[in-house]
Design a protein around this ligand. Structure first.
Ligand code: ARG
Length: 480
């Protein structure tokens, strides 16, 4: 599709025959020759910015209508331009459009085709605008759509997590700190932690969307224009909240892309943590969950294996999103105002991060939907590791009035006794408990069971099954 420029031979330093080409018809007035083939390669962005074609055409149509409404363009020329743009849209949709890297980017590819279709009138479309405000507008429109798709995906992932959380509101599992069994929690409670993270991710992305929803179009190259344009009209037609207030800022700002990448990096980190847990949970040492065949792969040599490749890839792909953020913030950090061609480097990282996040969210949703919690294994793991030691200490405080520090010490001695006997806390005979603290009564066994420990944690945001059911319902109302 794209006309590939021939590379210059580095060995003899000769320039290419592309120099014999005519200067660019759209800006070549002061040029005698066309660009070197290497110049064409480094300059062209059409291989990636063709993704902006729909937005580019929409923005051009809005600009055209506004120019006509303002009497800057005749009704006749306006109609010809709109019809030509619709034809181009159709050609690209149908895969019949020939993109050319000699025409650098999507803006010039479209305009050049428009000229071939409708003749001289095409040249009037670029009145009172520049590629600088054009690209900023297209890119915002594209990212806005990508954010809307991502938000839908995240909502679906939250729904999948909430469904499991409701079903597993009373399923006990070990809660960890330092990856050491700490206190019993419920599996539903653990999953709802991710629902909160994803809720904040959606909030950050929505916040970025709100701020990016201002229209650069009409800022022209950087200073605005002497034509009597109506920026509010184009902004409104393209669904922007308002025009960007400052023309220099409008063409030089890429905060909107960076905010997306920043929020996207945090999202990718959350997906990666969830994936890491899935990888652990389906490993031999845990067996807390079973992943479906649909989201795992086999090994070509070890027949027993079922590998959590999707989870591993999501964990790995977080690196690409972080990389995109670092790449773009580095591109921007030394740039003087306003536009610099460096900024053409904004698109690939953003496209890649958006694609990666969309795919990672879809794959995570699939894995979670299909996930089978292994309740027996979760219960067996919770029974190990003296996981109700904190409940014992709390009981000593409540029932015997010990200061917590003292209760902590007593409990430590009881754990040591259980370790010596090779049994769990709930299996220690009362006299062993009393050997450590004579005032302990049989009532203590009430709190040593995992189920009772979990059920007792009713504080707001705590893990008691009733809380988890209520929290899942509340999450449904807040997020879905
Ligand atoms: N392809 C360019 C980009 O992506 C469009 C803007 C070019 N502007 C210019 N003055 N050369 O940034």
């Amino acid at each position: 599709m794209t006309a590939k420029a021939k590379p210059t031979s580095a060995a003899n330093g000769s320039t290419s025959d592309a120099q014999d080409a005519a200067p660019n018809p759209l800006w070549g007035g002061r040029f005698a020759l066309g660009p070197d083939a290497v110049m064409e390669r480094i300059n062209a962005s059409i291989d990636f910015d063709r993704r902006l074609y729909a937005q580019d055409i929409e923005a051009s149509k809005a600009h055209c209508r506004m120019l006509a409404a303002q009497g800057i363009l005749s009704e006749e020329d306006g109609a010809a331009i709109l019809a030509g743009l619709d034809t181009i849209r159709q050609e690209i949709d149908d895969g019949r459009f020939t993109f050319s890297s000699a025409l650098e980017d999507i803006h010039m590819n479209v305009e050049s085709r428009l000229k071939a279709l409708i003749g001289e009138a095409a040249g009037r479309l670029h009145t009172a605008r520049s590629r600088n405000d054009q690209v900023a507008t297209d890119f915002r429109l594209w990212l806005r759509d990508a954010l809307d798709r991502l938000d839908e995906g995240l909502k679906g992932l939250q729904a999948a997590l909430i469904d499991h959380a409701e079903a597993e509101a009373a399923t006990v599992m070990p809660g960890y700190t330092h990856l050491q069994a700490a206190q019993p929690v419920t599996f539903g409670h653990h999953l709802l932690a991710y629902v909160e993270m994803l809720g904040r991710d959606r909030g950050r992305l929505a916040d970025a969307r709100r701020r990016m929803n201002e229209c650069p179009l009409g800022a022209a190259a950087l200073a605005g224009t002497s034509f009597p344009i109506d920026r509010a009209a184009t902004a409104a037609e393209l669904g922007f909240e308002r025009p960007c207030a400052n023309s220099i800022d409008a063409v030089s700002d890429r905060d909107f892309a960076l905010e997306f990448l920043g929020a996207g990096t945090i999202l990718a980190m959350h997906l990666s943590r969830l994936s890491e847990e899935l990888v652990l949970w389906c490993s031999e040492g845990f067996r807390f969950v079973t992943l479906s065949d649909a989201f795992t792969t086999g090994s070509s040599i070890m027949p027993q294996k079922k590998n959590p490749d999707a989870a591993e890839l999501i964990r790995g792909k977080a690196g690409r999103v972080v990389g995109a953020l670092v790449a773009l913030v580095t591109v921007m950090k030394g740039l003087p105002l306003s536009y610099g061609k460096d900024m053409q480097e904004d698109k690939e990282p953003v496209f890649d991060a958006a694609d990666t996040l969309e795919l990672a969210v879809a794959a995570t949703t699939g894995m979670i939907r299909d996930l089978k919690p292994e309740r027996d294994n979760l219960a067996a793991a919770t029974a190990k590791g003296y996981i109700t030691a904190t409940d014992l200490a709390d009981w000593l405080v409540r029932a015997l009035g010990l200061p917590f520090r003292e209760a902590h010490h007593v409990t430590g001695a009881i754990v040591k006794a259980a370790e010596a006997r090779g049994c769990g806390l709930a299996d220690l005979p009362l006299d062993s408990l009393q050997a450590v603290e004579p005032r302990i009564t049989g009532e203590v066994f009430e709190v040593l069971s995992v189920e009772k420990a979990v059920a007792s944690r009713r504080s707001f945001g705590g893990t008691a099954p009733d809380n988890v059911r209520a929290a899942a319902q509340a999450a449904r109302e807040r997020f879905l």
